[in-house]
Design a protein around this ligand. Structure first.
Ligand code: ADP
Ligand code: MG
Length: 702
């Protein structure tokens, strides 16, 4: 037992060029200077970069690395890597191993095939990668290949962001700047910086590879496009937090060890609600590193699954009729000296900061609800948001009774009563003391306060956390900027703060909802409150270019108008492409697998009827079954023909106007029609003939 524990501590971060390694390997003055550059967010000069690069190379080579790569996150939402070896041939025909500062801090990959949304023409295909030294360099072992990975931002020749990381880093700067202004005015003279933090809970499914290999839909789209409901799904609630199956537990063990080596602090693991569904959550970190780590989590979950004969599905809704997967983004703000700005705390001073931060978030979420909604727009999330296990497409904030009470008191001009634990003197009003666990767990809320952080639950399981997080950082930065502007103008900060809090509480309390978000009443109530309810990805993306969003992103220098437009286009195109692939896959399977089996089954029935009749019996029942089968064959075939026509109209043309809408309205509907008949056929056809693994097999066979 103890050796196991010791080995974990030795293992953790083994493949990371972290602070300990740096201190060990860099000359003292270089180490100090480099740390200073990082803490001040300055540019790294070449002399320093050369020394750091050399130390990295030596460390990496000792660990067996032969290559390095700039690791970045293009707009595909995945990661990209192009490896270069360290070798540098000499005139004598030998080689030395080299790695320069320039190679460390900058790369110029040919980027013509990454989505740019028109920011970069193919003739200027070059993209630039720049080292993000705030996220540690690490070594990744893939099979026999060992490579030094350098986390990078990715941009065009004109420094326009072509990736997920750049706007996230910019939003962190914006949040830091505005939060620090507010903290200073409120009397904090010790903190120097504010960072956003993220703990991303990752849900996923595991299916046996032998089933996966037989399902073209899973292989090509990540979800099942067909499948009759299983007689038993999740209704017994026996999977959630259930005892881990041995095969799954071994898998999780290997995932953890692999992640720990990379310095990813995998912490919790458990069975989720749906059969075959699981969750992993790391310990939170700064939002930038946590986002990089979540990419590693997703990659590792998939990589290790194959070693266990499993396939990990990250798609938001792989199976109809059971829960889909999300990625709960736990978010807060922390100062460099360790103050969590969303910690309610016990002292009046902390509470004042807390209240301002809380109100800044409430205001931001209410004002930019559509933007938050758009940040979680993903094709898979269209099946999830609003379905019965996931938060609805309506953004609202859960605060719990205590905080809601406080916000109500603030709206009324200031709190008059306080709870038994004594008065908190904010200097503006007295407030009830908040017990540590003041928030109940409302699992239906899309944006819930959970003790000392907010949990944004709408994020899709396959999404990069960057989008939702840079939106959240920026909208809160905007609220804080407005608050700071007001406070800096006033000569009575406390009175001014009270006025601001009251105003926010009055104007934005419509976003607070503590009830069950899954009910029809809430949908109606939200409409009355004027809260947007944007159900589809396409409609949601259409709101991105609204003036106030452009203004928000340009004010805080997170995205220029051109960058925002490019992103909108990339996402719309990604939607169309995804749906067209689903359509073509459905067509392929319906036509080549399901229809032939249905016909074969009908012909078996036909033969049986003849034989039964020859034997002198009345094959009336068999005829009824045959009739039903023949009817479904006709329906399915009509569905197939219709789908074919629609795919040719919508998908096979390069750029039809409103392609994304057509995909949603025509292709998706047509896929659903084909599925309806195919699933009915599955329910009547001889199980021995059925060519696809069933829902029951995929969800229950361990
Ligand atoms: P639950 O499933 O009950 O919501 P989990 O333990 O699965 O809780 O996940 C909670 C996540 O929130 C963890 O990743 C945790 O590290 C993270 N977290 C805790 N405190 C903070 C914070 N201040 N900022 C961001 N994330 C946090
Ligand atoms: Mg959890």
């Amino acid at each position: 037992m103890s050796t196991e524990c010791e080995s974990v501590t030795a293992l953790f971060g083994k493949n990371v060029f972290n602070d300990v390694v740096m201190r060990e390997r860099l000359p003292k003055n270089v180490y100090r200077e480099f740390k200073k550059v990082i803490s001040e967010g300055r540019f790294l000069d070449m002399t320093l970069a050369n020394v750091v690069a050399n130390a990295m190379k030596d460390w990496a080579i000792e660990k067996g690395a032969t290559h390095f790569c700039h690791w970045f996150q293009p707009m595909t939402g995945l990661t990209a890597e192009k490896h270069d070896s360290f070798i540098s041939p000499t005139p004598e025909g030998t080689t030395i191993m080299e790695f320069s500062g320039k190679e460390l801090i900058q790369g110029e990959p040919d980027a013509s095939s990454f989505p740019s949304g028109g920011l970069r023409a193919t003739f200027e295909a070059r993209g630039y990668t720049a080292w993000d030294y705030t996220s540690p360099v690490f070594i990744k072992e893939t099979g026999k290949n060992i490579t030094l990975f350098i986390p990078c931002a990715f941009c065009s020749y004109n420094a326009e962001a072509l990736d997920k990381k750049t706007p996230l880093l910019r939003s962190m700067d914006a949040l830091n700047k505005q939060a620090m202004r507010v903290l200073k005015i409120l009397g904090n003279n010790t903190s120097k910086t504010v960072d956003a933090t993220l703990g991303a809970e990752q849900e996923y499914f595991l299916v046996d590879k032998k089933w996966y290999d037989k399902r073209l839909d899973l292989m090509l789209t990540g979800r099942t496009l067909f499948g009759a409901p299983t007689p038993r799904g999740q209704e017994l609630s026996d999977h959630y937090f259930g005892a881990l199956h041995e095969r799954i537990a071994s898998y999780m063990h290997d995932v953890n060890f692999e992640l720990w080596k990379l310095g990813v602090s995998a912490k919790t693991q458990h069975n989720e609600v749906s059969p075959a569904q699981y969750e992993l959550a790391p310990v939170f970190g700064t939002v930038n590193v946590a986002t990089d780590h979540n990419q590693l989590v997703m990659e590792t979950l998939q990589k290790i699954a194959l070693r266990h004969g499993l396939v990990c599905l990250l798609y938001e809704k792989p199976f109809r009729g059971v829960n889909g997967s999300g990625k709960h983004n736990n978010w807060s703000m922390v100062t460099d000296d360790g103050i969590n700005l969303l910690e309610p705390g016990n002292t009046p001073h902390d509470n004042m900061v807390f209240l301002v931060m809380l109100c800044a978030v409430i205001k931001g979420v209410d004002r930019y609800a559509k933007l938050l909604r758009a940040s979680v727009a993903a094709p898979g999330n269209d099946h999830r948001l609003g379905a019965h296990e996931a938060p609805p497409a309506i953004v609202s904030v859960f605060l719990g009774d205590q905080l809601t009470d406080i916000v109500e008191q603030l709206a009324a001009g200031g709190a008059k009563n306080s709870k038994a634990n004594g008065q908190l003197k904010l200097g503006v009003s007295s407030l009830p003391q908040l017990p540590k666990d003041s928030t109940d767990r409302n699992r239906t809320s899309p944006f819930a306060f959970t003790g000392n952080k907010f949990e944004f639950r709408m994020v899709g399981s396959s999404q990069s956390t960057s989008g939702p997080m840079f939106v959240l950082n920026t909208i809160v930065a905007q609220s804080l900027m407005e608050i700071a502007d007001e406070l800096e103008k006033s000569d009575n900060v406390k009175a001014a703060a009270q006025k601001i809090l009251t105003k926010i509480a009055k104007e934005h309390s419509r976003i607070i909802f503590n009830g069950d978000n899954y009910t029809e009443q809430w949908v109606k109530e939200a409409e009355k409150r004027g809260l947007p309810n944007i159900k589809s990805m396409v409609d949601s993306l259409k709101t991105l270019m609204e003036d106030e969003n452009v203004k928000l992103f340009t004010t805080h220098k997170v995205l220029s108008k051109a960058e925002l437009k490019a992103r909108t286009e990339i996402l719309l195109e990604a939607y169309s492409t995804t749906i067209c692939i689903e359509g073509k896959t459905a067509l392929n399977m319906a036509q080549r697998q399901i229809l032939p089996v249905a016909i074969e089954y009908a012909s078996v029935l036909g033969k049986s009827i003849e034989r039964i009749s020859d034997a002198g019996c009345n094959p009336e029942t068999e005829k009824k079954i045959l009739n039903k089968a023949c009817g479904l064959i006709t329906d399915l075939n009509n569905g197939i023909e219709e789908l074919k026509k629609i795919l040719a109209e919508v998908c096979d043309v390069d750029n039809t106007a409103n392609k994304a809408e057509k995909c949603r309205d025509k292709v998706v509907t047509s896929i659903n029609t084909v599925r309806k008949f195919a699933d009915e056929i599955e329910m009547i056809v001889d199980a021995k003939m059925w060519p696809l693994p069933t829902y029951a097999e995929m969800l229950f066979v361990k």
